[in-house]
Design a binder for this molecule. Structure first.
Ligand code: FES
Length: 501
C-alpha cells in the first residue's frame, strides 16, 4: 500500500457525514486546501457555506502533495514570461507570494501545528548544459523583486554546476494545516461533512447536490475537486499527469530545510527535508507520466530510491506515494465561474497546487462577495487563449484521440482470468466487452466494465496504486471500481463473473 508521510498521522477530529437535506448559499465540493481555505474565507465574510468531502478532510491530493509553498512555478517564471509577457509572469509571482503570506498569517493566527517555516527555494543544474536555464530564471526572479542569489554549491550533498536560491518561500505539513484550518472555520456559517461523496449535480432553479444519504440545495457551487466533476469543454485544455514521491529515513545527516529542484529533463526531481518523531527524512519527488499510460508504474519508486541513495545515507524508504496534477493548455490555472452558470472551478494547477489552491480561495472569496480581485482576470476560467494553448492543445488532444483508438475490440491485456496474479488487475475481453478484472490477495475476482464512466475511454491497471486509471481525462477508480478522483461521478459498472473465463 502506498501512503504519504502526511497521511501517516490520523486526524484528531472527524466531521459527520451528510444525512439530511440542507439549503445553503454556497456548496463546496472537496475538502483539500482549495475547498477548506475557500470555506474559511467565505464563512468569515458571513456567507452560509456547506462543504462536502468524499473521503476525509485533506485525504485527497493535498495529503499527497509536497508540502512546498513558493512564488515560483514548475514551468519556470521565464517560460511564463516568454509564453505570455513580463507583466503576466510578475503577476503570477506576486499573486502566489500573497497566497504563501496568507498561509503564514493563518498558521500564526490560529497557532496551527503544521511545521510551517520559511525556507529558501533552489533550482540547480548538475551539468553546465542547463546553466542557461538557471541564468534565465535568476534574471526573471530578480525582475519580479524576489530575493535571489546565484550559487555554485548547495547545503545538501548534491554536486551542482550552478544554482539559484530564492529566499522567503515556505514548507509545512499540508494535511495538518488543512485539518487545523477546518477546525477553526466559523461553524455558525459553515458546515463540513466528510464521507459525503457527491454523485450528481442537478441544475434546477438552484443547484441540487446529491450524496447517498442526503442532498444540499445551493445558489452557487464551487468544484474544489482538482479538476471539474462532470463534462466540461475545458477538459480539452487540462492534461492529467501523475508524479511519484518517497520519504527516505536518514541514518545520518541533518540538512537545512529548503526546496530543491533540479533541471533534468528526463527525470526531473524535487527534494525537501522533514523531521518527524526524532527522525530526519529526505523527500524525493519526481517521475512524470500521463495518467493511465504506463506499463510499469512501480518503476518510478525504484528510480526515486536510487536518487535518494545516490546523495544521502538512507536507512529505509518509509513512505511511497503518488499524486495527480492537471497541466493547463496555456500555462496558467483556470479559476472562477465555469461555462455552467453558478458553478465555479479552480483547476489546472500543474504541480504548484498548494499555493494555487490558496490563491484560488482568495479569488473565489472576492468573486462570490462581489469584490474586485486583482488577479481574477489573469486566471479567469473562461479565458480563450488559442495561440498560447495551441501546441499543448493539439498534442494532448491527439494523445486522447489515440487512447480511444488503441482500445478498439480485440486489444485486451489477458485472455482469461487465470492470467491475472493475486493483487493484480488486467483488462479482459468478455463477450466483446472490455472488463476491468481485479484479483484480490485471497484470489477472489472483482469484475467491472473497463469503460470509464466519464466519457467512455478504457481504463488501465496501475500496479503501483492498485487502481484503474483513465488515460483520457484522469479519472481514477479503486480496484473494485469506486471513484477515487477525476471528472467521473460514477463508479465502474459492476459485472458478474463469467464462469467460462
Ligand atoms: Fe474522461 Fe475517462 S476521464 S473518459
Amino acid at each position: 500500500m502506498t501512503r504519504s508521510i502526511w497521511k501517516s498521522t490520523d486526524p484528531k477530529n472527524n466531521f459527520p457525514s451528510l444525512n439530511e437535506h440542507i439549503n445553503t448559499e454556497i456548496a463546496i465540493i472537496g475538502g483539500g486546501i482549495t475547498g477548506v481555505t475557500t470555506a474559511y474565507l467565505l464563512a468569515k465574510s458571513g456567507k452560509k457555506v456547506v462543504l462536502l468531502e468524499a473521503g476525509t478532510i485533506s485525504g485527497g491530493t493535498t495529503g499527497d502533495s509536497t508540502g512546498n509553498l513558493y512564488a515560483m512555478v514548475d514551468k519556470r517564471l521565464h517560460h511564463i514570461q516568454s509564453k505570455w509577457d513580463e507583466e503576466t509572469a510578475a503577476n503570477v509571482a506576486r499573486s502566489r507570494g500573497e497566497a504563501v503570506d496568507l498561509v503564514e498569517e493563518l498558521v500564526n493566527k490560529y497557532q496551527i501545528d503544521c511545521s510551517f517555516k520559511r525556507v529558501p527555494w533552489y533550482l540547480f543544474s548538475e551539468t553546465d548544459q542547463k546553466d542557461e536555464t538557471i541564468e534565465k530564471e535568476i534574471a526573471a526572479a530578480a525582475n519580479y523583486r524576489l530575493k535571489v542569489e546565484e550559487l555554485q554549491e548547495l547545503p545538501v550533498p548534491v554536486k551542482v554546476s550552478k544554482a539559484i536560491k530564492v529566499e522567503g518561500q515556505a514548507q509545512f505539513n499540508p494535511a495538518a494545516f488543512v485539518r487545523g484550518l477546518a477546525e477553526k472555520i466559523d461553524d455558525g456559517n459553515c458546515q463540513i461533512y466528510e464521507n459525503s461523496e457527491v454523485y450528481h449535480i442537478q441544475k434546477e432553479e438552484e443547484l441540487v447536490l446529491s450524496t447517498i444519504t442526503g442532498t444540499v440545495t445551493a445558489k452557487k457551487v464551487i468544484l474544489a475537486t482538482h479538476t471539474p466533476k462532470g463534462i466540461y469543454g475545458l477538459q480539452t485544455a487540462l492534461y492529467p499527469y501523475r508524479e511519484y514521491a518517497i520519504a527516505a529515513k536518514l541514518n545520518s545527516g541533518d540538512f537545512p530545510d529548503g526546496i530543491y529542484w533540479d533541471t533534468e529533463a528526463d527525470f526531473h526531481t524535487s527534494m525537501r527535508t522533514y523531521s518527524k518523531g526524532g527522525d530526519n527524512f529526505v523527500l524525493v519527488l519526481g517521475g512524470h507520466h500521463k495518467v493511465g499510460q504506463e506499463d510499469d508504474y512501480s518503476r518510478f519508486f525504484r528510480k526515486l530510491e536510487q536518487q535518494a541513495r545516490k546523495y544521502f545515507d538512507v536507512s529505509e524508504i518509509s513512505y511511497e506515494w503518488s499524486a495527480q496534477h492537471y497541466k493547463p493548455a496555456d500555462g496558467l490555472p483556470y479559476i472562477g465561474e465555469s461555462s455552467d452558470d453558478n458553478i465555479y472551478i479552480a483547476t489546472g494547477f500543474s504541480t504548484d497546487g498548494l499555493t494555487y489552491g490558496v490563491l484560488s480561495a482568495m479569488i473565489l472569496d472576492d468573486l462570490l462577495n462581489g469584490r474586485k480581485n486583482e488577479w481574477s482576470d489573469l486566471y479567469k476560467a473562461s479565458r480563450f487563449t488559442p495561440v498560447k494553448s495551441a501546441k499543448n492543445f493539439i498534442n494532448e488532444n491527439l494523445n486522447v484521440a489515440k487512447q480511444y483508438i488503441k482500445d478498439l475490440p480485440g486489444k485486451a491485456e489477458a485472455g482469461s482470468f487465470d492470467e491475472i496474479a493475486a493483487g493484480q488487475g488486467k483488462v479482459v475481453e468478455v463477450d466483446n466487452e472490455k472488463w476491468a478484472v481485479f484479483k484480490d490477495d485471497t484470489g477472489q475476482v472483482h469484475c467491472q466494465s473497463a469503460v470509464c464512466t466519464h466519457m467512455d475511454c478504457i481504463v488501465d491497471w496501475n500496479d503501483a496504486e492498485k487502481s484503474w486509471d483513465c488515460p483520457c481525462h484522469g479519472s481514477r477508480f479503486k480496484a473494485t471500481g469506486e471513484v477515487i478522483e477525476g471528472p467521473a461521478f460514477s463508479p465502474l459498472d459492476k459485472r458478474s463473473m463469467n464462469p467460462k473465463k
